[in-house]
Design a protein. Structure first.
Lengths: 616, 215
């Protein structure tokens, strides 16, 4: 066995082996065409190596010519599959160059079989034996076939096509692939081209040894493809690892979701389907296997909350993308559950909403606590109000009843004295003097109370009317809801701050709003409204009004409502309005009441605006 | 000194009201005396004078309720009427429990005030009469000797002369003599009347059960 036979057989079998491996890869994954193309390239390289071996070992010019003729078929296969390989592997290249290369090569098969002995020789005249690798191999002598230019041109086109594709891939960033595949194809094809041209045009007397270069090329390509296969298997491993991680995350998430008592749901807007976790179904009172319809879910919502919830979700779907809502759910067993729900909308590339995912939680206990706190705060405020007024009322009643009682008894005595036949006028004069004195005493009591408020209790500061009203509104919200009274507030945003004592003014407003709500006890539920408004009255004063839609104040009582102890309520003390008026007058404001044209009463008071605001 | 005419005694620290109230009551035909504090009133309190007390509930120093209990312990427990500027429930309850005739606001209608005063005076008259009767009865029983009282205690329990004689270890005729003395001194004619009078006087109320049986 000679070295030439060993080497060329080895080259061929190496190529065949690689071809077989990648053919198997392609069989497993039919979409990986690049593997098939590589296999064909490797088979072609093996075939050409075989042809080369036959040429070197040829005994007659005929044998040599036949080997070369069939070698051209290998070259054709090699060229076409290589173009396809580069095209697919680099994802680059100009189609017309590819077609031109393949077309030219295919066309070159015609002269190969029809003109002369093969594409390269019109006629092989003789074989010469020259020493190669320590033995004597055959080289041809004869007339070159001019059609050979076609094949060489197609190889030049191949080089141009691959160079172009390589540059494109390089620019795109696939530098490694461009250099390895593009670079090696260009280099090795050029070397093979130059060698074969020198030999076939008769410039050099040497055996054709192109297949080792082709083997190199096949090895480079196999190496590149192998990297891809390796990376794919790495990816599979990573995918498995990340799948395990994903499952772990899912477990953790569901643990957290369960711990936080979240019920999860997904609503597919396109298919109009709703999926929900068991926890969610429990929260909303649906059976685990029950089919979920949007309408059925909306029906579970408390009627008062339904519209607001739909608006919130509508805004989220309309572009806001997220929403958070709190609402009541009416359970099939008649219970009520407070739910806090948060959702996120997913949009497609066109900005159309695709689905909403969300989590819902039972916040009944939180709501209960919140409500209790509110109620407590409201009760505290009420107790405070009653205590303050109660204490004042008791003190006032005692202080004022003394002189009033004396006046009454004196007047009664005077009447009796007058009925006598000869009235004791001195006595009657004394009585009248005492009555006058007692009246002064009663007046002094009231003055003292006002003085008390003025001197000690007023700590004035600039106050924003909307904040003041907001404070009181928070206090009465629960009460108003329980009594079905709608509380409207209309305060202009540009109203200057007023100067006053926050706590005392809160008392006044609270008193007026609660009075207004009391006045609505007889009204129908729909018409129960208390309205708080404010406006700038001149440059120095703000006027605040509290009006109700009740039955108003009877005209004969309108003049008495500010009298102490005058009350129209069964368990009223008759001190709210006198004290409120005293407070407002202590602030330098006015306080009055009037009946509305449309029914109900309006209480109005003025407050001076804060000096800082007035100076502006 | 003893007033025969029933007098309304007004006690109030608020002088203008004191004067005005006394004017009204005088004009309405009552005898009136005024005091500007509870201690002044108690210092001058006549042990026998009939009438009633009209007192302010809230007074500095000794207040109306203190006055009420001091008066109840005295030998002339006049009925008391309270006046107040503004009454609260606990003091009203206490006053009424303590036996107050009425509890009025200072601005109560005249008729209500005068009615209450009349009711108080009537109650005083009744109580006074009752007290006098009691005193007279007591005086009659005081005339009985110790032995006669002992016999009486057995008689009112319905025991026969023979039994009483055996109980006390005396002769039956002696028992009869004691009984005659008792009926004469007390001016009664029957055992039934004797029993009623004894109960009314209440002389055995404390000792009836401990009355010696085999002495």
């Amino acid at each position: 066995m000679s070295w030439v036979t060993i080497i060329w057989s080895t080259i061929a079998s190496a190529c065949i082996t690689l071809a077989g491996i990648y053919l198997l890869v392609w069989c497993r994954n039919r979409t990986a065409w690049v593997n098939l193309l590589f296999s064909l390239t490797a088979v072609a390289a093996a075939g050409f190596a075989f042809s080369e071996l036959l040429m070197m070992l040829a005994e007659t010019p005929g044998e040599f010519g036949t080997a070369l003729r069939w070698g051209q078929v290998s070259i054709w296969l090699w060229t076409v599959s290589l173009v396809g390989f580069v095209w697919l592997y680099l994802q680059a290249g100009r189609p017309w160059l590819a077609w031109a290369t393949c077309g030219l090569r295919t066309f070159a098969l015609l002269p190969n079989f029809l003109v002369g002995q093969n594409l390269n020789y019109r006629e092989i005249t003789a074989l010469r034996h020259i020493p190669f690798l320590g033995e004597s191999v055959a080289v041809a002598e004869g007339v070159p076939n001019p059609w050979m230019v076609l094949g060489q041109l197609s190889l030049v086109l191949l080089v141009i096509f691959v160079s172009d594709a390589g540059v494109t891939a390089w620019r795109r960033g696939d530098r490694r692939k461009a250099l390895m595949v593009g670079g090696s194809v260009v280099l090795l094809v050029l070397v093979g081209l130059v060698e074969s041209m020198l030999i076939f045009w008769g410039k050099v007397q040497a055996p054709l040894t192109v297949s080792p270069f082709y083997l190199c090329l096949v090895l480079v390509m196999a190496y590149e493809l192998g990297r891809d296969v390796l990376r794919a298997s790495q990816l599979v491993g990573e995918l498995q690892a990340s799948e395990a991680g994903l499952r772990e995350n899912e477990e953790r998430l569901s643990l957290a979701v369960d711990a936080a008592n979240f019920g999860i749901w997904i609503r597919d807007l396109a298919r109009n389907e709703i999926w929900a976790s068991d926890k969610w179904r429990k929260l909303f009172g649906f059976a685990p296997s029950e089919r979920l319809e949007l309408d059925a879910i909306l029906q579970r919502l408390h009627p008062d909350d339904r519209e607001g919830f739909q608006q919130t979700v509508g805004a989220a779907v309309g572009g806001e993308g997220r929403y958070g809502a709190e609402f009541r759910v009416m359970l099939p067993n008649g219970g009520i559950r407070w739910i806090s729900s948060h959702g996120r909308v997913e949009f497609d590339v066109n900005g159309q909403p695709v689905r909403i995912r969300g989590a819902s939680r039972d916040v009944t206990a939180d709501k209960q606590a919140e409500l209790e706190t509110l109620l407590l705060r409201q009760q505290v405020a009420h107790v405070g109000r009653v205590t303050m007024m109660g204490q004042l009322a008791t003190a006032l009643a005692h202080e004022i009843n003394q002189p009033l009682g004396a006046i009454l008894r004196n007047a009664e005595a005077a009447e009796l004295f007058m009925q006598e036949a000869s009235p004791d006028l001195d006595e009657i004069r004394a009585i009248i003097a005492d009555i006058r004195e007692d009246d002064q005493r009663a007046g002094a009591v009231i003055d003292r109370m006002r003085g008390l408020l003025k001197r000690q209790n007023l700590t004035t500061q600039p106050i924003h009317v909307d904040e003041l009203v907001g404070d009181v509104r928070a206090l009465v919200r629960v009460d108003a809801a329980a009594r079905h009274v709608k509380l409207d507030v209309d305060i202009p945003g540009d109203l200057p701050p007023v100067r006053g004592d926050r706590v005392h003014l809160q008392q006044v407003l609270l008193n007026l709003i609660l009075n207004g709500m009391d006045a609505l006890n007889e009204s129908s539920r729909e018409g129960r409204r208390v309205r708080v408004t404010a406006l700038l009255d001149g440059a120095q004063t703000v006027e605040i009004a509290v009006s109700d839609t009740g039955s108003g104040i009877p005209t004969d009582k309108l003049t008495h409502i500010f009298d102490p102890f005058f009350t129209t309520k069964p368990n009223g003390m008759g001190m709210g309005l006198p004290i409120s008026r005293t407070i407002i007058e202590a602030h330098g404001g006015r306080f009055w009441a009037e009946n509305n044209n449309s029914g109900g009463a309006t209480f109005r008071f003025t407050l001076p605006i804060a000096e800082e605001a007035a100076a502006k | 000194m003893s007033l025969t005419e029933p007098t309304v005694q007004i006690v109030d620290d608020d002088r203008p009201f004191l004067v005005a109230a006394s004017r009204l009551l005088r004009a309405s035909g009552f005898a009136v005396k005024t005091f500007s504090s509870a201690s002044d009133f108690l210092a001058q309190h006549d042990t026998d004078a009939p009438g009633c007390v009209l007192a302010d509930l809230q007074m500095p120093g000794m207040n109306g309720l203190d006055l009420q209990s001091a008066l109840a312990r005295s030998r002339n427990p006049l009925p008391i009427l309270f006046l107040t500027g503004h009454g609260d429930i606990p003091s009203t309850v206490r006053a009424m429990r303590g036996g107050a005739v009425d509890f009025l606001e200072k601005r109560a209608p005249k008729e209500k005030l005068l009615d209450a005063v009349r009711r108080a005076l009537a109650r005083d008259a009744g109580e006074r009469e009752e007290r006098a009767r009691q005193r007279e009865l007591r005086a009659r029983f005081d005339a009985l000797s110790e032995r006669e009282l002992e016999v009486l205690s057995h008689v009112v329990r319905g025991r026969l002369n023979k039994q009483i004689a055996s109980d006390l270890g005396i002769h039956e005729r002696t028992v009869k003599l004691h009984r005659t003395a008792i009926t004469t001194k007390l001016g009664v004619s029957s055992v039934a009347e004797l029993t009623r009078l004894t109960l009314e006087a209440g002389i055995f109320e404390a000792s009836a059960t401990t009355c010696p049986k085999g002495q």
